[in-house]
Design a protein around this ligand. Structure first.
Ligand SMILES: [Zn+2]
Length: 273
């Protein structure tokens, strides 16, 4: 009887843990699937807690560490941590929750492996021209060809070109793509270093670092970028920095894994492992 009692106690203690762990594994599987589908040129699949690259590299997905502070999420994330906050598309109806910055958490080795390290001159070799607003502006900007990013930006550009004239002020001229630098106030490389990001509308930009926090130390949300522009970027795999508590409203960055649009750029075909 004592054994049965202990066994029962053991099961009661262990089962919730098992359920939680199993739920986490299922959730992680779904997220890994999103990552693999988003970067088919590089990733072959996933197994257990591991992302498998086409060159045989294996990268752990979840480091198992829970309860990270926001600063640790930014400075020492796992790939899984990139999904710590949901990316919600659609018209902005409320300010983002405090520290909800989907996309600002980047597992750097993952992106360096795909796009190269701009500090070693590797990104420069991947750059191609994109004609920005071919009818209305028609000048060339640079973007990486890796993962079809430049091709996706061309689609964005052609669609933005069709918007009514009242949007021109936000789009012409663009405010920069490639820039090998760290993010202001940090040691983390900017997505502009990998040539996967574009800034627009310098005259209409809002950035949390330029804002004054309120009496509780919170940054009041500000944005001037029209939803019509944001929707076109998101449709083609670019997230918007205007969806962050630490907002950077001029910033768009190619992160299809966060949008979960299931879109695979036409020039990169998915292959079996
Ligand atoms: Zn930017």
């Amino acid at each position: 009887m004592i054994f049965h009692g202990l066994a029962k106690l053991f099961l009661i203690a262990i089962c919730p843990l098992f359920v939680v762990t199993a739920a986490r594994a299922t959730e992680n599987d779904a997220l890994m699937e999103r990552v693999v589908n988003s970067y088919p040129a590089f990733l072959a699949g996933h197994e257990g807690n591991t992302l498998i690259w086409k060159d045989g590299t294996r990268m752990p997905f979840d480091d198992g560490k829970r309860g990270k502070t926001f600063e640790t999420l930014l400075n020492a994330p796992s790939i899984r941590d990139m999904f710590y906050a949901p990316y919600l598309s659609g018209k902005v109806t409320a300010a983002p929750d405090v520290n909800s910055d989907p996309g600002r958490v980047r597992y750097e080795p993952f992106f360096l492996k795909m796009y190269g390290d701009c500090r070693k001159g590797e990104t420069a070799r991947t750059l191609v021209d994109v004609v920005w607003l071919p009818k209305k502006w028609g000048k060339k900007i640079k973007m990486t060809r890796i993962n079809g990013v430049a091709e996706q930006l061309s689609k964005v550009s052609r669609e933005l070109d069709l918007l009514p004239a009242k949007f021109d002020n936000y789009l012409i001229p663009p405010a920069g793509t490639v820039n090998c630098r760290v993010i202001e106030g940090t040691k983390r490389l900017s997505a502009h270093g990998s040539a996967t990001a574009i800034d627009i509308a310098q005259q209409h930009a809002n950035y949390w670092r330029w804002a004054k926090p309120d009496s509780k130390g919170r940054y009041p949300y500000q944005n001037q970028i029209p939803a019509e522009i944001v929707a076109i970027f998101e449709k083609h795999g670019f997230i918007w920095g205007g969806r962050w508590y630490h907002y950077d409203t001029m910033h768009f960055e190619y992160r299809p894994e966060l949008l979960n649009i299931g879109a695979i750029p036409s020039n990169v075909k998915k292959q079996k492992p």
